[in-house]
Design a binder for this molecule. Structure first.
Ligand code: F3S
Length: 642
């Protein structure tokens, strides 16, 4: 077996390990960040289990750390207390970015990790099967439920040779992106192998697995070897190490070979991480801002390299250089050994240990500015400024450019500094709050921004309701639940958000739905396309929506509706859509029986109350989804299974 198969086999709960088939795996560890975490914990509370059933669950605060109102602070307090009560470790604001801290203090080779953040695959750098998922999936995993996914294909990425001076792990993953594109990893695990693996440190490996997310991969994984062991030993956790390697005769679905010594410093140009050029190819690109940090390049060795390059020099007068070390451990070590002084003295602006510029938090570039960043994503507007041109580079290229004022190949800096991994990291976990041994007496603090979460009930005998709204084709999750800067701080306040549900289509919809006590949404083709946001199912649930009748659904939104116990019904005859008017009343008789029949491919009849006419629909669901719908959503289903 290859490493991926070994990790999956040792955690397999159900399903066959045939690529594309649904499998379920047991989850050992979970992580959340604050932006997705509040909802995950509200959902976990709704399952009603007193303590998490995972080996280790950690709640990080790293995204919304700037406080311009009470909302973020309310969220932090809620997460801290809910974590304490239910057996979850809490990493305080200032302790660092979830993926960097998890690697340092919690990750273990051979374990599974499910995180409510897309860069959770960072954990693959120490041989974890680390997967990013929705908050609800993480809540279910904390409650002891398995995680369902399609069995991935395994792509072996063979690394040969060794990196030349000034070429970094960032350039390796940019090279993989150049070859395979942002779609190249879909449905796959990227498994790294070959002689070159030994030459890469854990932070370098983690940079590569982190940006596997940009390939669209399920996850990426490195073997766990002596390098991994040395890293864990330096973190005072050698006992967490196990060896993990592919069998000599392991079979892979695909193979890519990367010669490390042939790679040059690379840059991902606006606005996609796979728009790759050689740094040396781009001439005279003046730079306005340089941001070093994010969960992909903020390790101790990254920062020591940056400090060594900045020592005794001054940042170009036209450049704003901002640096966010990835964790308190990193910042502490830089402060203790004097490297922080070198960075400050060169004119860099030091930011809190957190995501910061990566999501435009406090460091959005100026209008039309060129921003060089060591982040993993450069989609339009991601930096906080729509017109900004964001280029992704290594920390070495970032510093060379910050000093010269234009995109610069680091080779121009002369001899590359020698930065080695420390034998001992400075371990001080005083910003990590362990859970209370007994959670019963812990009171969860819910500020006004933390509001009760909508819960569905078991399918009733009859599902009744009126057509509350009729929308066109291609309605996105952004139409269903807008997510603008004004609404973002209210992610843990579904009742508030529900007042904006589908308002881009019909401003009266929320009021009408509330007045009617719920009902049905009528939609055209491809309903719910776009981002995977769960709030696009939660807000309708809050308003009492029981079913959506559409010509067709976008796949992820359909799954989200099912997870919340809302029926995604597809018209058998599209002309029925034309005949429905807002206000028409409907009933689904013998609802439970019809749902059971639907899993076998039978029609679900929706009866018009006034005319008695039947509208035939289909519910394209698996047997597991049938049980989820009957229970009134995934949370109830998990509760029942427990
Ligand atoms: Fe944070 Fe950006 Fe990573 S938002 S978790 S640093 S991708």
């Amino acid at each position: 077996m290859n490493i991926t198969e070994k990790l999956i086999k040792s955690h397999l709960v159900s399903g066959e390990m045939i690529p594309g088939k649904e499998i379920a795996i047991k989850i050992d560890q979970t992580l959340t960040q604050d932006s997705t975490g509040t909802m995950a914990y509200l959902q976990f509370e709704a399952i009603g289990i007193p303590r998490v059933k995972t080996e280790k669950s950690v709640a990080y605060i790293d995204h919304n750390t700037l406080q311009t109102g009470f909302e973020n602070a309310d969220d932090h307090k809620y997460i801290q207390t809910v974590a304490k009560k239910h057996g979850i470790y809490f990493s305080k604001p200032g302790n660092g970015i979830c993926h960097q801290v998890h690697l340092e203090r919690f990750g273990k080779p051979g374990k599974t990790l499910l995180g409510s953040d897309s860069h959770t695959p960072t954990g693959g750098g120490i041989g974890m099967l680390a997967i990013g998922a929705g908050g609800l999936d993480v809540a279910v995993a904390m409650g002891g439920g398995a995680y369902y996914l399609a069995m991935p294909r395994v792509c072996r990425v063979v690394l040969t040779g060794k990196l030349s001076p000034w070429v970094t792990a960032k350039d390796v993953i940019l090279e993989v992106l150049r070859r395979l594109s942002v779609k190249g990893g879909v449905g796959k695990v990227m498994e790294y192998a070959g002689e070159g693996v030994k030459t890469l440190s854990v932070p370098q490996r983690a940079t590569i697995t982190n940006m596997g997310a940009e390939l669209g991969a399920t996850t990426s994984v490195f073997p766990s070897d002596e390098v991994t062991r040395a890293f864990l030993k330096a973190q005072g956790r050698e006992e967490d190490w196990i060896e993990l390697k592919a069998d000599d005769d392991a079979i892979y679905d695909e193979e890519v070979v990367i010669a490390l010594d042939e790679i040059e410093p690379l840059v991902a140009c606006p606005h996609s991480p796979d728009n790759i050029k050689k740094v040396s190819e781009i001439k005279d690109l003046a730079v306005d801002q340089v941001a070093i940090g994010s969960c992909t390049n903020s390790s101790y060795t990254d920062m020591m390299t940056v400090a060594a390059l900045l020592k005794g020099k001054t940042v170009d007068p036209n450049v704003s250089l901002v640096i966010a070390p990835g964790s308190k451990q990193v910042m502490n070590m830089l402060a203790a050994n004097g490297a922080l002084a070198d960075i400050i003295s060169a004119g860099a602006r030091i930011l809190e240990c957190g995501c910061g510029p990566c999501i435009g938090m406090g460091q959005a570039p100026a209008t039309n500015a060129v921003s060089l960043r060591t982040v993993n994503r450069n989609f339009e507007g991601r930096s906080g400024t729509k017109s900004a041109q964001v280029y992704i580079v290594s920390p070495e290229t970032a510093v060379a450019s910050a000093l010269s004022g234009k995109l610069t190949d680091p080779h121009t800096l002369g001899e590359a500094p020698l930065v080695s991994m420390p034998e001992h990291f400075l371990v001080n976990d005083n910003l990590i709050i362990p859970p209370a041994p007994e959670g019963e007496c812990v009171k969860v603090v819910r500020g006004p921004n933390i509001q009760p979460f909508p819960k569905n009930t078991k399918v009733p005998k009859e599902i009744k309701g009126g057509a509350l709204i009729k929308v066109e084709d291609n309605i996105t999750t952004d139409h269903i639940m807008p997510s603008n800067a004004k609404l973002l701080p209210f992610r843990s306040n579904v009742p508030y958000l529900a007042d904006y549900c589908l308002t881009p289509c019909d401003p009266e919809f929320p009021a009408r739905a509330k007045k009617a006590g719920g009902g049905f949404i009528i939609a055209g083709q491809n309903y719910g396309q776009g981002s995977s946001r769960e709030h696009a199912a939660l807000a309708p649930l809050q308003l009492g929506v029981k079913a959506v009748l559409a010509k067709s659904f976008a796949r992820i939104h359909m799954a989200n509706l099912i997870n919340n116990g809302i029926l995604p019904l597809v018209f058998v005859n599209e002309w029925d859509y034309d005949n429905i008017k807002v206000g028409d009343e409907f009933v689904i008789k013998y609802a439970a029986d019809q749902i059971k029949g639907a899993a076998q491919g039978q029609i679900v009849n929706v009866t018009c109350v006034k005319t008695g006419e039947e509208i035939p629909t289909r519910l394209n669901i698996s047997e597991r989804q049938r049980d989820i719908l009957l229970a009134g959503g995934l949370l109830n289903y998990t509760k029942e299974s427990n």
